[in-house]
Design a protein around this ligand. Structure first.
Ligand SMILES: C[S@@+](CC[C@H](N)C(=O)[O-])C[C@H]1O[C@@H](n2cnc3c(N)ncnc32)[C@H](O)[C@@H]1O
Length: 275
C-alpha cells in the first residue's frame, strides 16, 4: 500500500471505534443530554455565530461529534469523510442522539462530484483535517465549488507552526518539520492516537502535509473567496506537545511555559464572492 489515501484510511478506520468509546469524544454525554455540544464547537461558537437554518457541510467529519453539535445549533448538516468505519460511528451516534445528519463517504477532493456544487451556505472543517491533504489549492477549489455565492467557510485548524514542531524534545520547542507545503509527505509511524484509549493498533503508517498560513489564505483568495476573519489562538483541543501542555477548564490545551511563544490554532473565515 503506497497510496496516501489507502494508508491513511486504514489508520483512521482502525482508530474510529476506539475514539467512539474514548471519554475524550464524550459520545455518552451526547446521548444523555440533547443540548450537549462538543468542546470544539463550544469554543468556536462566539466566532461561528448563529447557524440556524443554514445548509452546512462538515468536511472530514470523523465520528460526527462536531457535526451533530452543529446540527443541534439548527443547521441542516451533512458530514463527509472517507473512513467508512468513522461514518458507522457517526451514524450510530445520530441514531441515538439526533437530530438527523446525512453522512457521506467520500474523499474530500471528490466532494463536489458527490454532493453537488453551489449547494451549501456553510463549509466547516478543521481540527486535524488539512494535514491529511497534499494540495491546499485543490482543497480551496473544493470549498468554493461546494458553496453558494455568499456562502461561508469556517475553519479552525492546528497552526502550521505547531505542526512544524517535533514533540520529542523534552522541554524544548524544536522546529524540525516543514512549515510550508511540500511535494513529499511527512511519513509517520505512530502506534497510538490523540485520545485516551486502551486499544492497540496495527495500521500505523500515515502520510501528512503541512500548509503555511499564507498558503491557505492565498489558495482561498485565488478561488474567489474573500477572507473575512483570521484569528490565532493560544490553545488547541488536543494534547499536541505531550509533557509541555496544561489542560484548561474549557478542555483546550496550552503550553505550560510561556504560551505566548506559539500560535496553537487559528480560525479563518472566508465568503464566496457573488458572481
Ligand atoms: C483528526 S480527524 C478530524 C477531526 C475532527 N475534527 C474531529 O475531531 O472529529 C481527521 C479525519 O479526516 C478524515 N480524512 C483524512 N483524509 C481524508 C480524505 N482525503 N478525504 C476524506 N476524509 C479524510 C479521516 O478519516 C478522519 O476522520
Amino acid at each position: 500500500m503506497t497510496d496516501y489515501r489507502e494508508l491513511n484510511r486504514a489508520s483512521w478506520d482502525e482508530r474510529a471505534p476506539a475514539h467512539a468509546t474514548s471519554p475524550d469524544y464524550a459520545v455518552e454525554q451526547f446521548v444523555a443530554d440533547p443540548h450537549f455540544l462538543s468542546e470544539v464547537v463550544r469554543f468556536d461558537l462566539p466566532l461561528l455565530g448563529d447557524i440556524a437554518g443554514l445548509d452546512g457541510v462538515h468536511l472530514q467529519c470523523h465520528i460526527g461529534t462536531d457535526t451533530l453539535s452543529l446540527a443541534r445549533l439548527g443547521a441542516r448538516m451533512t458530514g463527509l469523510d472517507f473512513s467508512g468505519a468513522a461514518l458507522v460511528e457517526a451514524r450510530h451516534l445520530v441514531e441515538r442522539a439526533g437530530p438527523p445528519v446525512d453522512f457521506v463517504e467520500s474523499d474530500v477532493y471528490s466532494a463536489p462530484d458527490v454532493l453537488g456544487t453551489g449547494r451549501y451556505d456553510l463549509v466547516i472543517t478543521g481540527i486535524g483535517a488539512l494535514c491529511w491533504l497534499p494540495d491546499i489549492q485543490r482543497w480551496a477549489c473544493v470549498v468554493a465549488d461546494l458553496l453558494r455565492p455568499g456562502g461561508r467557510l469556517f475553519i479552525r485548524e492546528g497552526h502550521p507552526m505547531l505542526w512544524a514542531l517535533d514533540e520529542a524534545h523534552g522541554d524544548q520547542l524544536v522546529v524540525d518539520y516543514p512549515y510550508f507545503e511540500t511535494v513529499e509527505p511527512l511519513v509517520d509511524d505512530d502506534d497510538g492516537t490523540y485520545v485516551e484509549t486502551n486499544a492497540s493498533f496495527v495500521h500505523n503508517t500515515t502520510h501528512s502535509w503541512n500548509h503555511g498560513l499564507g498558503e491557505v489564505v492565498t489558495a482561498l483568495f485565488d478561488v474567489g473567496m474573500q477572507i473575512t476573519q483570521l484569528v490565532e489562538h493560544d490553545s488547541v483541543p488536543w494534547d499536541a506537545i505531550p509533557g509541555q501542555m496544561t489542560k484548561l477548564d474549557n478542555g483546550e490545551w496550552r503550553l505550560t511555559d510561556r504560551p505566548q511563544r506559539l500560535a496553537h490554532t487559528y480560525t479563518l473565515q472566508a465568503v464566496k464572492r457573488p458572481g
